[in-house]
Ligand binder design. Structure first.
Ligand code: PMT
Length: 441
């Protein structure tokens, strides 16, 4: 970052075991040229001394506005209005609940209310607390309010369980913070690493493309769509996992377009690299097992299921409790076992009226393999990506696919187009199936 382009970040540290990682986040932000001021909750000071942050920032660390040694009598106002981003690391279930409900009973929660800066929360907590309906409700509320999240990852937690709730890698948190600052028109300065003009041009291109879509048509008003999105992560040990390149772009495009066409949309979301669309319910499920559980729980309410996620077919049979150490042996063998086949299970538990759409990502014999999945998994429709084609498959903004329908030898070839346009076409096909079924009855 060049000298005259400086972001001002308010780093809020809440009371969780991951509080010590905020030190690394602070160092990385400073290395990227950001000016950082730190505020802590009372509980956070049980985990890390304010003195550590004071030494690193050369600034008073705010914990309690009313503390006699606080040099600023209206600190929460001055702090909150002099930052471009409020970044909370770790965001505990408690601070998330306070933010979601507008409770301002300490310095950090008062700062959140008094600030118009961007807000990015990096949650870390025990899996059960993370998955609790109250926490997920609070997160959904904050997302609606415009707050951004760096989702926690799966791994071994302080309570010795393995599951989702571990703080995302500090580098990823800092990258997401910088990206958010660079992308936002609210930011006073732009990161030189991110060309704002280029970003604007891309946005306009996207706007042009979406203006082609028939979004004013509310033809999915009667549908409740459940979509799996992104890639799953299967833990090997507390720091490693098996995953794939899914970004979530295809699944999120389907969710966004379906919602705009009137559907009630629930996304069961694995690991993704792009932002989720607004006005859809998001349920985080990082491993195949978590995704399976969430889908089966939500399925009775759905009228359409779309499996756009890239779910791992296999996972390590034994997840090591400790980090696997390097030894003198050149070969390390991992034993893998099958994960649940979510799509197959959905189809085996199919209720009347449910339409099921699968995806197939293939590198050879595309149509043959896709048709075999369509039949074996008893799907209504399958979208086959030939991921060897340019602009198709994982982590692209575009796709090239073939759609196959149950009981129909003809295929529908869809040429290269944006994932949003493709989503519109897939939904057209689903709707046409729905209408055919209505006529049959
Ligand atoms: O997210 P993007 O970067 O935009 O990329 C989009 C995509 C390539 C991930 C997506 O378009 C896609 O093709 N998703 C399915 C990828 C895949 O894993 O295909 P598959 O052939 O392994 O699985 C077939 C179907 O079974 C899929 O609908 C999959 O969600 C489902 N499945 C697979 C395994 C499993 N254990 N459970 C499942 O439900």
């Amino acid at each position: 970052m060049s000298e005259n382009k400086i972001y001002r970040v308010g780093l809020g540290v809440a009371g969780g075991i991951a509080a010590y990682k905020a030190i690394e986040v602070l160092r990385l932000l400073q290395k990227s040229g950001c000016e950082v001021q730190v505020a802590m909750t009372e509980h956070a000071t049980e985990f890390v001394q304010p003195l550590t942050f004071r030494a690193l920032t050369e600034n008073y660390v705010l914990v309690d506005d009313y503390a006699p040694e606080n040099p600023d009598p209206i600190a929460h106002i001055n702090f909150s209005q002099n930052i471009d981003l409020l970044l909370i690391v770790p965001a505990t279930a408690n601070i998330i609940a306070k933010f979601a409900n507008g409770i301002a009973d300490d310095f950090l929660s008062s700062t959140f209310l008094a600030s118009t800066a961007l807000v990015l929360l990096a949650p870390a907590m025990n899996t059960t607390m993370w998955e609790h309906a109250a926490t997920q409700r609070n997160i959904a509320q904050l997302k609606k309010d415009g707050v951004d999240f760096v989702e926690p990852i799966a791994g071994e937690l302080a309570c010795k369980t393995v599951g989702t709730g571990k703080l995302e890698d500090v580098e990823n948190i800092v990258n997401q913070a910088l990206k958010l600052l660079a992308q936002s028109p609210k930011s006073k300065v732009q990161s030189p690493k991110y060309d704002h003009k280029d970003f604007k041009a891309k946005l306009n291109a996207q706007e042009l493309e979406t203006s082609d879509l028939r979004l004013e048509t509310q033809d999915l008003l009667e549908e409740k769509i459940l979509i799996t999105v992104g890639g799953t992560r299967e833990a090997i040990d507390p720091v490693r996992f098996i995953s794939n390149y899914s970004s979530g772009k295809m699944g999120f495009a389907l969710a966004e377009i379906a919602q705009k066409r009137g559907a009630d949309v629930t996304v069961v979301c694995g690991a993704t690299t792009v932002e989720a669309p607004e006005n859809v319910k998001i349920i985080c499920a990082i491993s195949a097992d978590e995704m399976h559980r969430s889908v089966i729980r939500e399925l009775p309410d759905a009228s359409i299921f779309i499996g756009a996620a890239a779910v791992a077919d296999y996972r390590p049979k034994n997840v090591s409790d400790n980090k696997i150490k390097k030894t003198n042996q050149d070969i390390l063998t991992l034993e893998l076992e099958k994960t649940p086949d979510i799509l197959l299970d959905v189809s085996e538990n199919r209720h009347e009226n449910l339409l099921i759409v699968g995806f197939a990502a293939e590198t050879e014999n595309i149509i043959e393999y896709a048709r075999s999945k369509l039949e074996k998994k008893n799907l209504d429709l399958i979208v086959a990506n030939d991921i060897t084609k340019n602009g198709a498959g994982f982590n692209t903004d575009t796709n090239v696919v073939t759609i196959l329908r149950r009981g129909d030898v003809d295929t529908i070839e869809i040429p290269l187009m944006s994932k949003h346009k493709l989503a519109d076409k897939i939904l057209d096909e689903v709707l046409s199936l729905r209408q055919k079924l209505k006529v049959k009855r």
